[in-house]
Design a protein around this ligand. Structure first.
Ligand code: NAD
Length: 269
């Protein structure tokens, strides 16, 4: 009999999936009750602990999300946008808290989560770490305090497997800077400079993405004016910070009313 909330990890074999499984197994506040992978993935049918190269856990990886979610109180999802939308419908049906770390979602894909949020708790954040969420608040404050003489640039670096750019975190930071300035990010966002771009437009918020090696995630918010610069920086050296944040969100969501939440709500920032 499970006395702590039962958690399902989807995308179990992924970089974050494996970290999440370890985090839930190590926690005394939650129980791992399911692990889901894509149909045809070679982990399906295997014990998730053995598939990860460790001790068996008694949890067999499945491609049947509905069956897995029916036994759970929360689903933690760091997969891909199309998969996340499908999982949101199934999690809502099973009345599970759905914690979404997946990034690279378009506005339309984010809107597609709304029907599910009417029936279940969804916590979605481009970054689940306490440090980055604090950095987001700081960015908003600094942007509000400075005028457009300070050019704002968001510079991020990630490992070479990452498929989306700018990172979800860089966009979160850009949104925070825009909010601090009282503008809409979509009106001032400057992405992907190449060639003869012309001079930088005053008030723009620029993004630069570096990809290489095994960088877990680094973000700088640069405020550059004539004669001075302020740099706010977060460096992630270990993925456990995201997994711990996601588990915290899954537990936090247990007694909340259906709706769409983010890590600021979870952390009370
Ligand atoms: P990854 O490619 O290692 O893992 C993704 C996993 O999802 C894979 O195992 C894949 O098989 C699985 N998957 C895809 N479609 C599926 C489906 N339909 N059903 C079941 N499983 C499916 O990627 P990763 O590095 O673990 O990152 C995953 C996502 O999490 C990315 O969007 C990344 O940017 C994001 N991320 C977010 C945070 C955060 O704090 N929010 C932190 C790190 C990574």
């Amino acid at each position: 009999m499970t006395h702590t909330p039962g958690i399902v990890i989807v995308g179990a074999s992924g970089r974050m999936g494996q970290m999440l499984i370890k985090t839930v197994l190590d926690s005394d506040k939650a129980t791992l009750v399911g692990a889901v992978e894509r149909t045809g993935h070679d982990w399906v049918g295997q014990d998730v602990g053995s598939a990860m190269g460790g001790q068996p856990t008694g949890v067999i990886v499945t491609d049947d999300a509905l069956e897995a979610f029916a036994k759970a109180q929360a689903v933690i999802d760091f997969t891909a946008p199309v998969a996340t939308i499908e999982f949101s419908k199934i999690a809502a049906q099973a009345r599970c808290v759905h914690v979404i770390g997946t990034t690279g979602m378009t506005d339309e894909e984010i809107a597609a989560l709304e029907p599910a949020a009417r029936h279940a708790v969804i916590v979605r954040a481009g970054n689940m770490s306490l440090g980055v969420n604090l950095l987001t608040q700081l960015t908003k404050k600094v942007a509000a305090a400075l005028d457009e003489d300070f050019d704002i640039e968001v510079i991020e670096a990630h490992h070479h497997h990452k498929v989306d750019a700018p990172s979800g975190t860089a966009l979160m930071l850009g949104e925070a800077a825009a909010e601090g300035r009282g503008v809409a990010l979509k009106d001032v966002s400057d992405r992907g400079r190449d060639g003869i771009t012309g001079a930088r437009k005053k008030g723009d918020i620029g993004f630069t993405a570096i990809r290489g090696g095994d960088i877990v995630g680094e973000h700088d918010v640069l405020f550059a004016a004539a004669g001075e610069r302020i740099v706010l920086r977060h460096m992630a050296t270990d993925r456990t910070i995201f997994a711990r944040g996601a588990l915290k969100a899954a537990l936090w969501g247990q007694d909340k009313a259906p709706g769409a939440y983010d890590m600021m709500d979870v952390l009370g920032l």
